[in-house]
Design a protein around this ligand. Structure first.
Ligand code: FES
Length: 431
């Protein structure tokens, strides 16, 4: 069992999403953080990478599922597989490289070696292991229970009882297609992965990307001014954009404007797109809504900005720290110069020193920094915006609310609390 795991922990008193109250202990408490690893990250579908990161058998990259390091590779038959990146001998990290090409995974500590299917295939001085009591087949790399791809993205889970990835996404896939299915050729990665560390709890970032439009005109007022073609000043109204916010009981959420003018003309891709043709492919509602300047979170820690082509995973590194990994993902058919212009645009806006990213990061880090105070912890946080505004709107699938709403946030934390309070597959398997 993971360190600190305590099945008796009950988070019901910390998350009241009927009333719209949240206790900020869920961002700071070490015991809750450890529980989260066992009951949220060990049970959910988690984002691993883009299929273009693996071209040939033997290509690999390394990443994390929660705090667990994993190797993602393409085996000899071309199947994508993911293994715990920890040697079965003494637990060393088998692969230390971020990515590469190999015929076998050889641990640099004592030289145990595993094939692309995860089998232990070579053990130096194997004769020294007890005759008859040694079974090499028992000591292969631990493999994820399920792995699947959707729209070019690779997800996996340790949970053999998890619903399929399609079921986990449900209607969310309709919204993801507005970003990842604009081109019949699919998408590709432009440039590498940008990685940086931020002080703050991973849920602050995941929640905001799923639900929070309320901050945009306030937090990003200066950035919006810089990018506006007219250089207009901050808007009088904080919440002025018409739009919808989707949420579901699996914790996924996305918010997007629904006005044709909400296409952000400063984006290099704006000149490239034939919006009439895209409407033929995706439908007018999607082109005017979810493919514009929205943002989204696939529960628990994968988020994206559809029009920017920015995807990111919020890797938890303790209750107080996030390691952010961000990719630029764009249509395969897009000319290289447009892709490159968009990659640079992404770095300027949502890279580690991007003018929007810094606004967001500062908010999250500030919330985290003051969450240690005693009085700070006595007062709940407010998630009441838009309570009761959720409905089937007849245009967008699933349940949507007004754009300026905490609906997806409430469902994110409901799902989080449900998982935190439910024995996970590994507990019921043990009992
Ligand atoms: Fe890997 Fe010993 S820890 S071979």
């Amino acid at each position: 069992r993971p360190r600190g795991f305590d099945p008796s922990i009950d988070v019901s008193g910390l998350v009241d999403m009927d009333g719209g109250y949240l206790d900020r202990a869920i961002f700071t408490d070490q015991r809750l953080y450890e529980q989260e690893q066992a009951r949220v990250f060990a049970t959910s579908w988690l984002f691993l990478g883009h299929v273009e990161q693996l071209q040939r058998p033997g290509d690999f990259f390394t990443t994390y599922m929660g705090e667990d390091p994993v190797i993602v590779t393409k085996d000899k038959s071309g199947r994508i597989r993911a293994f715990l990146n920890s040697c079965r001998h003494r637990g060393a990290r088998v692969l230390r490289a971020d990515y590469g090409q190999t015929r076998a995974f050889t641990c640099t500590y004592h030289g145990w070696s595993y094939d692309l299917e995860g089998r232990l295939i070579s053990v130096p001085n194997e004769a020294a292991y007890p005759e008859g009591g040694w079974d090499r087949d028992q000591w292969g790399l631990l493999e994820v229970a399920q792995l699947d791809t959707v729209l070019g993205l690779i997800f996996a889970t340790w949970n053999p009882q998890a619903p399929t990835l399609d079921e986990q996404l449900g209607d969310m896939k309709y919204y993801m297609e507005a970003f990842l299915d604009r081109d019949s050729e699919g998408t590709t990665i432009v440039g590498g992965i940008t990685k940086w560390i931020l002080k703050g709890n991973w849920k602050l970032a995941a929640e905001q990307f799923g639900t929070d439009w309320y901050h945009v005109n306030m937090s990003h007022a200066s950035a919006l001014m810089v990018l506006s073609p007219t250089g207009r000043g901050p808007k009088k109204e904080i919440a002025e954009t018409p739009g919808r916010q989707y949420s579901d009981e699996r914790g996924n959420g996305t918010g997007f404007p629904t006005h044709p003018k909400s296409r952000f003309d400063a984006q290099p891709v704006h000149e490239y797109y034939d919006y009439a043709a895209l409407a033929g492919r995706l439908g007018q509602a999607r082109v005017q809504g979810p493919m514009t300047t929205g943002h989204a979170t696939v529960f628990p820690n994968f988020s994206y900005l559809p029009v920017n082509g920015s995807i990111r995973v919020w890797h938890p590194k303790g209750p107080d720290e996030i390691e952010i990994w961000a990719w630029t993902v764009l249509d395969k058919s897009m000319p290289e110069e447009v892709r490159e212009a968009q990659r640079l645009y992404n770095l300027r806006t949502f890279g580690p020193s991007g003018i929007f990213e810094q606004d967001d990061g500062e908010n999250w880090s500030e919330i985290q920094a003051i969450s240690r105070g005693w009085q700070t912890n006595r007062v709940p946080l407010n998630y009441q915006m838009g309570i009761g505004s959720e409905r089937e709107d007849g245009v967008y699938p699933g349940s949507t609310s007004t754009l300026y709403s905490d609906s997806a946030g409430r469902r994110f934390y409901r799902r989080w609390a449900e998982l935190m309070n439910t024995p996970a597959w590994h507990e019921t398997e043990q009992s």
